[in-house]
Design a protein around this ligand. Structure first.
Ligand SMILES: Nc1ncnc2c1ncn2[C@@H]1O[C@H](COP(=O)(O)OP(=O)(O)OP(=O)(O)O)[C@@H](O)[C@H]1O
Length: 208
């Protein structure tokens, strides 16, 4: 069954500065989308409006017909929204296992099996995040996102700091999440990402 994330008349201003105005758009589960547009056009602001880190100035966002602002915060952040960031957003001083156990506490064997899906062997579980390469850290972030298993995946420049091979791994993992029924939305400048998604939404076309 397809779920719909629907934006209706969405506008956002900071004081007198209008970032975007009247965005009407519908995202579907099972698909991957890129939010594109020049620097400063509002990609992160729109992503964060869906993630409820920003409040819209006007308009509404619904998921499966429910206004997202009416969903209790804890439920929204745990079950609905999962984020992937350019800088990974992991706890640097903690181990890979500790970062994965943020979702809930898993047995070591479960974590090992799960990490293996992202090309990381058992030795990584006890490594601290700051000892990992960027590509390895993003794999851990993907593994955590996959354990969280949210309905909507928001990715902000997830390939921005990675080489081509690791960028492709991120795209493949995000595609797998879309295929498993998530809505996947990626804010990006990366042409490789733009070519890999199902649809691009150019936020600069909603300039106020
Ligand atoms: N908290 C804030 N207060 C004031 N202005 C803000 C705030 N957050 C964002 N802006 C402004 O809103 C505009 C859109 O920013 P946003 O980060 O969404 O753009 P972007 O398209 O993601 O840019 P980039 O590609 O450079 O990451 C920018 O002009 C930015 O300066």
């Amino acid at each position: 069954m397809t779920s719909y994330l629907k934006l209706t008349g969405c506008s956002k201003s900071f004081d007198q500065y209008h970032v975007f105005k009247n965005v009407d758009y519908q995202f579907e589960s099972g698909k991957m989308y890129a939010l594109v547009g020049p620097s400063g056009s509002g990609k992160t602001t729109l992503l964060n409006s869906i993630g409820r880190l920003e409040k819209l100035t006007a308009g509404s966002i619904s998921f499966e017909g429910t206004d997202i602002t009416t969903i209790p915060s804890l439920k929204y952040f745990r079950q609905f929204i999962g984020y992937l960031f350019q800088n990974y957003a992991l706890v640097d001083e903690e181990t890979v296992a500790q970062n994965l156990n943020i979702v809930k506490h898993y047995r070591t064997a479960e974590l090992q099996n799960h990490l293996a899906k992202f090309g990381l062997d058992d030795t990584y579980l006890t490594r601290k995040i700051f000892t990992l390469s960027g590509g390895e850290a993003q794999r851990v972030a993907l593994a955590r996102l996959s354990l969280q298993n949210p309905l909507i995946v928001l990715a902000d420049e997830p390939t921005g700091a990675l080489d081509h091979a690791n960028g492709q791994l991120v795209l493949d993992s995000l595609r797998a999440m879309a295929v498993s029924g998530k809505v996947v939305i990626i804010a990006t400048h990366d042409n490789h990402v733009k070519a890999a998604v199902d649809e691009c939404l150019d936020i600069s076309s909603f300039k106020a």
